[in-house]
Design a protein around this ligand. Structure first.
Ligand code: EPZ
Length: 422
């Protein structure tokens, strides 16, 4: 397993081109199942979860051609409806094939994703939604067997679905299914995340009839079929947020290019509150940290509130800021795996239920630490950038799932990060 070795306390500063969004690219790549025609996608990030999605689509018989960040996908020869455990266990988002396969082919067999490091990650909202649309769902031997070819015209039926919790992939799965259902489907308590909107906009370009994108009520009028399109994947707001925190924590000046600042409001507000100088200019955000920041309290919640995917990164920043801060994680039940690792670097953190209490310390010390999940890994990279001495991060396959060439991007702006293959 590869490790990253980070030499701390170097001058960091410069411009970073932000890659396409992992969490927009995954559902959009899978949405190509909904049409037999060609879908061209640009700005697709080159990262592990994308390679896994490509493999999954190939297993289903979908033709995927990629050249760098550009993909051409065509599901005209799709002849398999089974997403195997081997692939689903490595990427939970594979559950997103359920909606499109059901909607277009009336059948799907998808391994239950199971839990992951940050929580149990149930899929009951997805299942309940498909059942509301008339699908017959049987769960046995760790697989979800779904059928809708018993329905009139073998098509899912429209429904009004109230989702008990705001679920990003739950909203995406049901929205994709509804595009080919018979009638008008309403998703109440829908996710408002920009990645859900990006998927919706791509579906509309394919001929879907969707209203309410970005609101908590999405209305989809089913159509007979969807057609070809081309779409540029939106920027990765979590990657951008990670680099903005890097500027804050190192005191350097970093300009994130190719972003939509309006989609990072909650993150920029908290950075400003911490004392970071933020300048927005067109599709660029420039952040400049300062030696000592003020610790900030955080409560994660669905968009447009503070994103759970930025919690670990802000915790690294709070560890070396002045004062005591409280960080409450309301989305996942076990998303503090980075805490023990930060404590090994000298951080002063206590956990009480779903709240971490962080007392700022003067400095962190380099140490051998272990990545446990994607965003926890990012938090350890940030801590390593400012720690005294060397930090070695093990199991960085977690990091490679969600960041495109992170160490190259950091090294280009002054960091010294080496990838060591074990
Ligand atoms: C998406 O996960 C993202 N992944 C996650 O990003 C992100 O942290 C999360 O949304 C929240 O923003 C992708 O988009 C691929 P949820 P998702 O369904 O859809 C509960 C990253 O780091 N829930 O919005 O799986 C669930 O347990 C990843 O890039 C149910 O109870 O998350 C959680 O408590 C990590 N039943 C809450 O809802 C369900 O059927 C929100 O989960 C579905 C979800």
């Amino acid at each position: 397993m590869d490790k990253l070795v980070i030499h701390g306390q170097r001058e960091i500063g410069g411009e970073v081109q932000i890659s396409g969004s992992k969490n927009a690219a995954l559902p959009i790549l899978i949405s190509t199942i909904l049409t037999p025609e060609k879908v061209e996608l640009t700005n697709v990030p080159m990262l592990q979860d994308i390679f896994t999605t490509k493999k999954l689509l190939n297993v289903l018989g979908v033709n995927v051609k990629s050249e760098g960040n550009n993909f051409v996908v065509q599901a005209n020869k799709l002849n398999q409806f089974d997403a195997p455990y081997e692939l689903v266990k490595t990427m939970r988002a594979s559950i997103l094939v359920l909606g499109p396969l059901l909607a277009r082919f009336g059948q799907a067999r998808v391994s239950l994703p199971g839990g992951c490091a940050i929580g149990s990650r149930p899929v009951d909202i997805h299942i309940k939604g498909f059942e509301a649309m008339g699908a017959k769902i049987n769960i046995s031997h760790g697989y979800i067997d779904a059928k809708s070819d018993h329905l009139p015209n073998k098509r899912l039926q429209a429904a009004t679905i109230f989702m008990d919790q705001v679920s990003v992939t739950g909203t995406e799965n049901l929205m994709m299914a509804a595009t080919l259902a018979e009638g008008v489907t309403t998703l109440e308590n829908a996710a408002r995340e920009p990645e859900v909107v990006d998927l919706g906009e791509c579906l509309v370009k394919m001929g879907a009839k969707i209203d309410g994108l970005g609101s908590n009520r999405i209305v989809v009028r089913g159509v007979k079929e969807l057609s070809e399109t081309h779409h540029q994947i939106m920027f990765d707001r979590i990657e951008a947020g990670t680099f903005l925190v890097a500027a804050a924590i190192t005191g350097g000046e970093i300009t994130c290019q190719g972003v939509d600042p309006g989609k990072l409001d909650a993150v920029m507000r908290k950075l400003t509150e911490a004392g970071v100088d933020i300048k927005v200019k067109g599709n660029e955000i420039c952040a400049k940290g300062q030696r000592r920041l003020k610790a900030v309290n955080i409560i994660t919640a669905p968009y447009p509130a503070f994103p759970t995917d930025m919690q670990a990164q802000f915790m690294a920043m709070n560890c070396v800021s002045d004062g005591v801060s409280e960080m409450t994680e309301t989305i996942f039940e076990n998303r503090f795996m980075h805490v023990q690792e930060l404590i090994r670097m000298g951080a002063d953190i206590d956990i009480k239920h779903n709240t971490a209490i962080i007392r700022g310390v003067k400095k962190l010390e380099g140490a051998n630490v272990m990545a446990t999940d994607l965003r926890a890994s990012a938090s350890l990279v940030l801590a390593g950038l400012i720690a005294e001495g060397k930090t070695t991060i093990d199991r960085i396959y977690h990091l490679d799932r969600g960041y495109e060439a992170l160490e190259e991007k950091f090294n280009k702006i002054g960091a010294k990060i080496e990838r060591v293959s074990a």
